[in-house]
Structure formats: C-alpha cells, structure tokens
Design a protein around this ligand. Structure first.
Ligand code: HMG
Length: 396
C-alpha cells in the first residue's frame, strides 16, 4: 500500500468564558454591524487566569488520545506565540499532564500563526524519514491579545487545536508539493516585554492577501492544479472577513457555480471561528474542524489550505479527505453545545479578567478557581514555577 501521511484525529479546546461582540460594540460605541459584518465576528473567547496555552492544549489532546496512542507518540510539537517560558518547551508540561511517551522528542515552535503549519509539515517529514515512528502530536495554542479599546480588540480570542499525525491517516492525507513564502515584514509582532501584540492593522491585511497571491500562484505552478480541482479552500482566520477577502481574491474570475460552492464551504468553515475569535496558530485548523463538522464533503475531496503567520511566512498546501473521515469527529451539535454552554461575560467582567496577572516575584500565589469544566488548570505559581493540576485533582 502506498504510504500516505496526514491528520488522523483533531481535538479542540477553548475557554469556558466568552464576550458577545454586540456587548463590546455597545461599550465601545461602535455600530454592532461593524463587528458582525465589517469584521465578521460574533463572539470571542476570554481566557481566565487559571488557563493558559498548556492547559488548553492538554485539554484539546486529552479528548482524542487513546492509551496506546499516548504510549507511542515519539514527537510532540507545541506551536505557540503565547509561550509560558523563554526556555522550557510547553510540550513538556503537556507530556506530563497527559502521560505521554517519554521516549519522545518534545519541543516548542514559533512563527506567529504559521507555527502549527510548520509543526504539521515537520511531523510529515519526521514520519517520512523514520519508518519506525508511528505518530506525532502537533499542538497549536494561543491567546490573541491586543488590549482594551484597541482596533484589534474585536479580533481577540483563545484556544487550542491538537492534531494527531500518522501514516494511513483517517481524516486528511497531506499532499506534496506545497508552496511557501517568507519575508521580513513588520505587520504584527509582540516584543518580549509585552503581553499584548502590536499590529500595523491595515498593512497586515495587505500582507496576508499579497502572500496569498504569491503562494497560490506558486502552488498552481508546482502542482498544475487549478481552483476547480479544490472542493473547498480554507484560510488562516484572524477574523472571518479577511478570509472572505482572500476567497474573493482567489475566485475573482471563477465561474459562478464554482464561486458559490467555495463560498458555501467557506461559510461552513468559519462557523466556529466566528464564535471563538483568533486562535492565532490554531485558527486555520479550527477552520478545518469547522468545515469537516458542518459540511458534507465527498471522500477524496481535495481541500486547499492557506496558512499565514505575521512577520511573515505563508504556505498554500492541500490535502485529500479520507473515506469515512466523519467517524473520526464528534457530531457538530455536540461541539456547538460546548460553545453554547460557555459563560457569557459582561464587558466589565471581561475587562477584569483581561487585566488579571500572575505573580512575577517568586512568591507563592494561587490562581482564582474560575474554570469549572476545563480538565486542567493552572493552579498557581510558586518559586517561579507554574503549578498545573487536573481539575479537582492534585497539583502536578
Ligand atoms: P478597523 O480600524 O476596525 O478597520 O481595523 P476599518 O475601520 O477599516 O473597519 C473594518 C471593516 O468594517 C471595513 O470593511 C469597514 O468598511 C467595515 P472592509 O473595508 O475591510 O471591507 N465597517 C462596517 N461594516 C458594516 N457596518 C458598519 C461598518 N463600519 C465599518 N457600520 C483591523 C480592522 C483588522 C485592522 C483591526 O481589527 C486590527 O488591527 N486587527 C489585528 C490585526 C489583524 O488581525 N490582521 C490580520 C492580518 S495579519 C494575520 O492574519 C496574522 C495574525 O493572526 C497574527 C499572527 O500571525 O500571529 C493577526
């Protein structure tokens, strides 16, 4: 049998608190249609102090991994731009929390929202190069923070995606070649001394679209495929309106029926993103998850994926859906219900949560017990060390 490599399982986790953007619009004295239509977002996830990228990623992976998979993962890649330590990889905390194989490489990767795609391609190469390796865990987790009252505020969010990458995968077979492009661009960045990102907002949207043009042209040239060869195209989604602009750019001269098909699938692919906000590096894979949950796609359907990370690196690649892929995923209503059950915050409570800070002086401090449903919590900090626990359990 031909060796195929790709995504075998997908897990997703997001905080149990959210802000309705109609409430934010009222507080910021903005027409709510600007957020809903102009930006294309309805709600955004808000991260409490007892959650971070480690607890989110652990929750996303915990829901998909069996005991035998935990014992045989030999590479754990944690992609994030919201890292909790300048030295130690967040992958190691997750390894311990989930009881993952210790005969494994574990590391952290960063290139803004492109990080998880770098991780996915690295996982592909690892499985190709090491016939004995069975599976790789790729985690993408972030908190998107711009600051209260900033232009980017409405595009905040938080969450994690876990991808189990294997040979003979049961969801998506990754295809080669792929098309990538990188350039030193100052469109969005976060100096080490800041918790909030800085963005040259409009310029960043222009770079996103310019890199899309470059990588899409390169993908077509390398693969000799065209728009009609793709059943759906999905995008990195900092906010859904930008993905829509990307789609319009790709389909500008496409026939009507092709435009309609791709637009329908784009809308299905952004149902979850509209409610969670920017996950940064997980956003493209949240969009994939949304597409697979809410669309009925034929086996073998080819999906185009556009990954963009500010700074900037972009990649256009594709994958083919495996027959029976839906059996690998939860029913869509189950995932929607998790979002429905989140606690809606008032703007005042969101602002308080946003301002919460952890100690930085080495003293011992417990975090407030805010998360009730999350399987893991950051319980506090002591001696400059983060203390994690299974919710309701002991510190680990
Ligand atoms: P803004 O000041 O809100 O922009 O900033 P705007 O005033 O141009 O309004 C936005 C849109 O709303 C416009 O539509 C308006 O017309 C429309 P467009 O011209 O774009 O089609 N609008 C309305 N629509 C309906 N009813 C109304 C109404 N009023 C106005 N009443 C900006 C927007 C995106 C710049 C800001 O939110 C921002 O700075 N966001 C953060 C940066 C960002 O997300 N950049 C995306 C590209 S970079 C990227 O994707 C990477 C990233 O994920 C990070 C990483 O890689 O790690 C960010």
């Amino acid at each position: 049998m031909k060796t195929e490599i790709g995504i075998d399982k997908i897990g997703f986790a997001t905080p149990e608190f959210y802000l309705d953007l109609a409430d934010l619009a009222a507080a910021r004295q903005v027409d709510p249609a600007k957020y809903r239509i102009g930006i294309g977002q309805d709600e955004m996830a808000v991260l409490p102090a007892d959650q971070d990228v480690v607890t989110l990623a652990a929750a996303a992976a915990d829901q998909i991994l069996t005991a035998s998979e935990r014992a045989t993962i030999d590479l754990i890649i944690f992609a994030t731009e919201s890292g909790v330590d300048q030295s130690k990889a967040a992958a190691l905390y997750v390894q311990r929390l989930l009881g993952l194989n210790t005969a494994a490489r574990a590391l952290e990767l960063k290139e803004a929202c492109y990080g998880a795609t770098a991780g996915l391609q690295l996982a592909y190469d690892h499985l190709l190069a090491h016939p004995d390796s069975q599976r790789v865990l790729v985690l993408g987790a972030d908190e998107a923070r711009y600051g209260l009252g900033t232009a980017g505020e409405v595009t905040q969010g938080a969450g994690a995606i876990a991808l189990l990458v294997t040979r003979q995968p049961r969801i998506l077979v990754l295809e080669q070649p792929t098309a990538y492009h990188s350039e030193d661009v100052m469109d969005f960045w976060r100096p080490n001394y800041r918790r909030e990102a800085l963005a040259d907002g409009k310029f960043s949207t222009e770079q996103y679209l310019r890199f899309l043009k470059l990588t899409w042209a390169d993908y077509q040239q390398k693969t000799q495929r065209h728009l009609n060869d793709l059943t759906a195209v999905i995008f990195h989604i900092p906010f859904t309106k930008l993905g829509l602009k990307g789609l319009r750019q790709l389909t500008a001269s496409a026939p009507n029926d092709l435009q309609t098909r791709l637009l329908t699938h784009f809308q299905q692919a952004t149902i979850l993103n509209r409610r969670v906000g920017n996950l940064y590096t997980g956003s493209l894979y949240l969009s994939l998850y949304s597409l697979l949950l809410f669309a009925e796609l034929p086996a073998g359907a080819r999906i185009g994926l556009y990954s963009y990370g500010s700074g900037a690196v972009a990649e256009f690649f594709s994958g083919r859906l495996v027959p029976g892929y839906a059996a690998q995923l939860p029913p869509a209503p189950e995932v929607s219900a998790v979002l429905d059950q989140r606690q809606r915050l008032s703007v005042a409570d969101y602002e308080t949560m946003f301002a919460q800070q952890l100690t930085t002086d080495g003293s011992t401090a417990a975090t407030p017990s805010q998360s009730v449903n999350a399987p893991f919590r950051l319980s506090g900090i002591s001696a400059h060390q983060r203390r994690y626990q299974k919710n309701g359990g002991q510190n680990q």
